[in-house]
Structures are given as C-alpha cells and as structure tokens.
Design a binder for this molecule. Sequence first.
Ligand code: ZN
Length: 103
Amino acid sequence: MNVTDPAWPGYMWQPWGERRHAYRGGRRPDGENVVAFCGTPLTTTSYPGDNPPEWQWPECSACAETVSEIADRRALVERRRRHEIEDLHAYGGQPLTRHTRRA
Ligand SMILES: [Zn+2]
C-alpha cells in the first residue's frame, strides 16, 4: 500500500464486526466486498437512521492509523501545491501549457 501517492483516492469508514474499519476509495454501494486497511474483509453496508449504533462502535486501531497517515499526507500535498502556485506568481511564470499553445 502506497500512502505517499499524491493521487491517493481517499477512504471510507465502514462499521463491521463491532468495529469501525476504513477502506480505500470513495463510497460504494451496499453489498460490495472490500478489504479494510487492516486486512479485514468486509461487505459494504449502510445503516439506517441519523445516528445508528453501529457508528458508535470503536475504531479499528490499524485502520485509524492508516486514515491519519492519509490525512497527514493530504495536508502536506496541499501545502506543497499552494507553495508551488505562490512561487509561480512570484517569478512571473505561467503554466507551460500557455507557452506551448501560443505557437
Ligand atoms: Zn480495520
């Protein structure tokens, strides 16, 4: 698993087996088999209601650790992106695509 990939697609939490696990990617329809970050296979399930008890289950610690790494990594990537844009303006630069289109 490569959490250093800037294109990391995110994660979803999924209550399963009295723990809240997380899996890679966006929300999926119910009934899909996925593997949580900790390696637990689970089936995507939504729980009805505003505050279903399943969402009170404790977090899986391995999944929580991976999710926090993703959050840290995303913050870092976002900071870098902002700095790159600021640098570009500071030097009067323009994106390369503008130059290539002029010809
Ligand atoms: Zn887990």
